[in-house]
Design a protein around this ligand. Structure first.
Ligand code: ADP
Length: 541
């Protein structure tokens, strides 16, 4: 027997409709890539998203067509999220930091019909256009006066002139909630990027999931600034969760440097933010250098890479900002786990609490997880046993877009994350490594993440990476690669000695090398494949 409730399909346009109706005066503030601050309300955003929808229909965009974006976090990008998806087309957010060959691959693979780009990316798209034949029209996300005097870009026009031709008198259509709404490619650290095609249903459920208080926690009292880019897994869902909960949204545009972020946080009263560890490491230094404090910021979510416990401690103690450590991936929309204490943990000592919160956190409703050994058997939740992390749920990928990848799912339907983790008795998951980065020494596993976290707690260390290098006796041994803080020195002996007594003897790195910079992926993660190449042939004594 079926239930007798309204069969209202879950669609993302209902989020912006809700915000426009019930939080109509709440603001979206953006720093524009072409300069200046833009300020308007959810009611304005809904009207302009509908104008965009009308313009897209006029351009012949149909259900399922892909519309690409090369854009920063701004109100126009926000309108694209809703305008494109709202008509049943697919908003394909492209990471401009990828190599040009990867961008060409992605645009051609997705067969984007239109491409909307920020002024910053004009030189880039002029190089891409001749080798991206599916793109019929390139749209500059700016006013017409910013259009170049001359350009060979097919159909080039400005976003504002497209919108100006429409009334906004448009009703969002209804359709199956499993319709695709956005597309995001993984950063392809190991092979070609793969597309993850989100549906209206998965996106809406994920937005509800991240809004829960023990997950990222969003409310109408918040002023949310996603520092994670809107081309990086939909800014972790915050551009949906903010209008869904009625939070004010602050979009930092291309200004991802500490001074610009801090200025916007202070002037707009940001209470809650989110981004990868590198952003917060830089901001911490900036705050310390100027002996600054935040007026309103109280919480931030850190994920994408392991958050060093030293960073969490410094934010809490020096800046009175609580970091929530979260884990996820493009394939999980991205939120999988978030680290918030449970009632039984409130009586723990401050050090014990810090240890719990340094883990990647517990499963958010909507994502089930388990760890399995090499034989596929589930491992116990004792915080010690570690194995491959598997997940499943309504916002986890089932298959990649037009890229059959056998073996991604287990026979019984779990997605293999490629991460290795423990789960403790309270359900807190801790990533020990990516399966490709685990160091295997004498048959035992060494967590490169633990060693990196320890290394960056040394005052002279700005960034650190640990990779396995061949060893005749142990098969692999850890090599520590360190970037020193400007003006600070530390010797090899001191650096290696720093680990003594803090980790098991056999975990201590055998060697350390100092470098000026470490290689990163387009999403700011350590690019260990490159590091392994750089140190190929390295041998430890
Ligand atoms: P890609 O897989 O293309 O590099 P993703 O952004 O999807 O890009 O990265 C997902 C991966 O990032 C996870 O599988 C995990 O290895 C790593 N990751 C994400 N969050 C964390 C975290 N909090 N701690 C450790 N690793 C993390």
């Amino acid at each position: 027997m079926l239930g007798l409730m309204m069969a209202e399909p879950l669609r993302v346009a209902t989020i912006i409709e809700h915000a426009a109706k019930w939080h109509s005066a709440t603001e979206i503030v953006s720093r524009l890539p072409e300069g200046g601050i833009h300020r308007y309300t959810y009611a304005d955003a809904n009207r302009r998203s509908r104008q965009l929808a009308q313009a897209l229909l006029k351009l012949g965009i149909e259900n399922g067509d892909r519309v690409g974006t090369l854009a920063w976090n701004t109100h126009r990008h926000f309108e694209l999220y809703f305008g494109v998806a709202g008509i049943g087309a697919v908003c394909h957010t492209i990471n401009p930091r990828l190599f040009p060959e990867q961008l060409v691959y992605i645009i051609n693979h997705a067969e984007d019909r239109l491409l909307f780009f920020d002024l910053t990316f004009l030189p880039l798209v002029e190089r891409l256009a001749p080798v991206c034949p599916t793109v019929e029209k390139w749209v500059l996300l700016a006013r017409p006066e910013h259009l170049p005097a001359q350009s060979a870009l097919p159909g080039l026009c400005s976003y504002e002139e497209l919108l100006a031709a429409e009334t906004g008198d448009y009703a969002w259509p209804s359709f199956d909630e499993n319709t695709a709404c956005s597309l995001c490619y993984t950063s392809g650290t190991t092979d070609q990027p793969k597309g993850v095609l989100y549906s209206h249903r998965s996106t809406l459920l994920h937005a509800l999931g991240i809004s829960l208080p023990d997950s990222l926690g969003c409310s109408a009292l918040d002023v949310i600034m996603p520092v994670v880019p809107m081309f990086h897994v939909n800014a972790w869902g915050l551009p949906y969760a903010a209008p869904l909960t009625g939070a004010k949204l602050v979009l930092p545009g291309a200004g991802m440097d500490s001074a610009s972020l801090y200025e916007l946080m202070e002037t707009e009263g940001v209470t809650f933010s989110a981004g990868v560890p590198t952003i917060w490491l830089a901001l911490l230094q900036f705050m310390r250098d100027g002996q600054r404090q935040f007026r309103t910021l109280r919480r931030t979510v850190v994920g994408g890479s392991s958050c060093p416990p030293a960073l969490m401690r410094a934010f809490e103690d020096e800046l009175h900002v609580t970091i929530t450590h979260a884990w996820g991936m493009t394939e999980t929309s991205p939120l999988g786990t978030a680290g918030r204490l449970k009632a039984n943990q409130l009586s723990l000592s401050p050090e014990e609490k810090a240890d719990v919160l340094a883990k990647q956190g517990r499963a958010v409703f909507g994502v089930d997880m388990k760890i399995v050994g090499d034989d596929g058997q589930e491992l116990p939740h004792d915080g010690v046993a570690f194995g491959d992390l598997l997940v499943r749920g309504p916002w986890v990928v089932r298959e990649y877009f037009r890229t059959p990848t056998p073996g991604e799912l287990t026979a019984d339907g779990w997605f293999r994350t490629g991460d290795v983790a423990t789960i403790d008795a309270d359900g807190f998951m801790q990533i020990t490594d990516r399966s490709k980065d685990v160091i295997k020494s004498g048959g035992e596993w060494i967590s490169s993440i633990d060693l990196e976290n320890l290394a960056v707690s040394h005052p002279a260390v700005a960034e650190a990476a640990v990779i396995g290098v061949p060893s005749a006796r142990w098969s692999e041994r850890p090599l520590l690669v360190v970037v020193r803080r400007p003006g600070m020195d530390v010797s090899r002996e001191e650096m290696l000695g720093f680990f003594r007594g803090k980790v098991a003897k056999f975990w201590e790195p055998d060697a350390v090398e100092f470098v000026d910079a470490l290689p990163h992926t387009a999403t700011g993660k350590l690019l260990k494949t490159q590091l392994r190449k750089d140190f190929a042939g390295y041998s430890v004594a």
